[in-house]
Design a protein around this ligand. Sequence first.
Ligand code: 6PG
Length: 495
Amino acid sequence: ETLSASRATNQQRDTTMPSDIAVYGLGVMGRNIALNMADHGLTVSVFNRTASTTEDFVADLPPDSGIRASYDLADLAASLTRPRVVFLMAKAGQVVDRVIEGLLPHLEPGDLIIDGGNSHFRDSQRRYEDLRQRGVRFLGMGISGGEEGARHGPSIMPGGDPEAWPLVRGMFRDIAAKAEDGEPCCRWVGEGGAGHYVKMIHNGIEYGDMQLIAEAWQLMRSGLDMPAAEVAETFGHWNQGVLSSYLIEITAEILQVTEPDGSLRVDHIRDAAGQKGTGRWTAIDALELGVPLTLISEAVFARVLSSMKEERVAAAERLGGGTPTYQGDKALMLDAIHDALYAAKIISYTQGFLQMRMAAAEHGWQLAYGEIALLWRAGCIIRSRFLDDIKQAFDRDAGIPSLLFDDFFASALRSADKGWRDAVSLGVQAGIPLPAMAAALSFYDGYRSAVVPANLLQAQRDYFGAHSYERTDRDAGAHWHTRWTGDLGEESVDD
Ligand code: 6PG
């Protein structure tokens, strides 16, 4: 938590000048965002509800750090240039509302509150509307990249009041991660809750990526009985190709960390995943919108099932299990696992972008999907080379119904098809759960099926509930009912 050399030594700061921005909340993210802002020449007032946290934070900073402590909200407000900008990093939920209510008596119309936490997009929509009534501007800003990102460059997804964004656009683009072409991973996303919505989709995709990697790991370890060192080396190798990404990179690192006895550190970690809730929100929103978000939803359920540790241990004893080792060509199957991971990743992002498209229609947002892909090229948890391919797909045709209508991705799936099915078959035969990888394959097969067995569902619904059905050989929109338990006659049910 030290200022970068470029700041700690140069340019004397005029400590009598008002601060450019306040950071409220000095947890891991808040502290590091404040340091990042100061690194970029901003004068930052910092405040934390627990004063000792503020004291500890500023105690180690050099006098010209550009960070100044406030210990009450009146002082915090007085320390800021006008219009005041207060950046919140507080726990999502009611805490944010309480903090806002505490701030309002010290703010004036035209001042700006920015919520940089993982707030639910509906909360951000509500806060934007409420505060607008009170003359205070609001931005709901998705920030991705964890501690490292906050300190040295996160991906930033701002939404809320479009008129407020220009006030702070420069400073947030300065502190954001930069893609290889130097472009900041920070651009306006949309009005109201759009910024936090896109962050939520980012987190849903993050869940999917993490689950897919875990499934590939288990296929290699349990399905192919690969030594740990070889698995780590494989992820490192895969990180050089189309799967190149932060999550693959850190997985290769994690799988090399050993204990003194040579065992893997990860094998001593309890196999029960936590979740703060953003992935779950994504799946709930998909159900509400009617989005077939199968992979990410399965990733959420996989976390839930993993948390049922005791029950799984008991079930394993009762139901047996075990994974017979694959007897075929392991090198070929390893390539197949790579292809399955890549193909399923394409499906996951396809579904994520499908959800954003449907949400945009629902909420009246104008989301720029290619630009959103650019936002995620650096700084965020799902950062990867893959996002450039998504950007290019939307550049070719911004109006494609889904990424699967883009030739690059359609061709990639055709090439991966056999390996994908072989890898899923390995899991099925070996009793290795592949909720994400297999769900992706079923989605793919369903999405490209001109005919699916939903006609039988319609007949069943009409049989027991007289819910009626349409016929393919009659006018679209006309509804019919069969007297299944009577004379089997058919009648129109339209008025
Ligand atoms: C990010 C991450 C972050 C996430 C935590 C915990 O973009 O920096 O997505 O926002 O909240 O990593 O997430 P879960 O507890 O939901 O796994």
